[in-house]
Design a protein around this ligand. Structure first.
Ligand SMILES: CC(C)(COP(=O)(O)OP(=O)(O)OC[C@H]1O[C@@H](n2cnc3c(N)ncnc32)[C@H](O)[C@@H]1OP(=O)(O)O)[C@@H](O)C(=O)NCCC(=O)NCCS
Length: 220
């Protein structure tokens, strides 16, 4: 199960995997996409837009974990790792903005709630400051339901853990509901708050998950 940097050709399978992996998730499923059963294509559009938005950001690192060989190789899981807080980041000219056509409207999404996640970051961004301003953050991790439990998640996590160990930086994650133990096992044992924190946070009281976890046991 090799992992490699994602390419533009991977964006579609990555969108499909995220749509499936988070189909019944309380946030990406129920809250943001209440009309997903009537308009399933909208959920894939959501993920495609989200991936595209970060695709050319030099701080974002998209990786895929694959199964099969040669022509039959398929993406089984993917992640977006973000190296936060670097000041000297310059745009890589090779990663120039792709000319993507506009996406059709996402009819699966609730028109207001689709922005809740993005808006919630304003209320919690202070968590990534001071000694934790420079860090690695696991922004997204999605394993195809057909390949969960095969080690893809752990392996994609290890890539970022290795980077953070080399740089001696903390690692953060906002954990989806029911996934805390997966991250705890990997050493994310310091909880510093929740994605619902802060007065006026649009996510407050609407989800059960969203704990902000830190891993620092690799720091010497
Ligand atoms: C959660 C998720 C990323 C785990 O990835 P995975 O590839 O299925 O997990 P792995 O096979 O790498 O498992 C690694 C270890 O974590 C454990 N584990 C996996 N999911 C777990 C869970 N939900 N709770 C507790 N432990 C879990 C495994 O048993 C395994 O333990 P081991 O090392 O002792 O054998 C994956 O199931 C997924 O994509 N879920 C839906 C989307 C999602 O919620 N993503 C996370 C958003 S924060």
């Amino acid at each position: 199960m090799p992992i490699r940097p994602a390419t533009e050709d991977d964006i579609e399978p990555m969108s499909e995997i995220a749509a499936q992996a988070f189909w019944d998730d309380e946030l990406f499923g129920e809250l943001i996409h209440p009309y997903r059963h009537e308009h399933p294509e909208g959920v894939r559009l959501y993920w495609r837009a989200l991936i595209r938005k970060a695709w050319n950001d030099p701080a974002s690192h998209f990786l895929v974990s694959t199964v099969g060989e040669g022509d039959s190789q398929t993406v089984a899981a993917w992640t977006e790792w973000i190296r936060k807080g670097r000041k000297d980041e310059v745009e890589d000219p090779k990663k120039k903005q792709a000319e993507w056509p506009a996406l059709p409207p996402n009819r699966a999404a609730h028109p207001d709630r689709i922005h809740y996640l993005e808006r919630s970051y304003d209320y919690i961004s202070h968590q990534w400051s001071g000694p934790r301003e420079q860090c690695w953050d696991i922004a997204l991790l999605a394993v195809s339901p057909h390949h969960q439990g095969e080690g893809h998640g752990k392996r994609l996590m290890q890539w970022g853990i290795d980077q953070a160990t080399r740089e001696q930086l903390p690692i953060s994650v906002i954990s989806a509901y029911g996934k805390d133990k997966f991250y705890n096992k990997l050493g994310f044992t310091i909880a510093s708050g929740s994605a619902q924190d802060g007065e006026g946070n649009p996510l407050a009281g609407l989800v059960k998950g969203g704990l902000i976890w830190w891993k620092e046991d690799h720091l010497t």
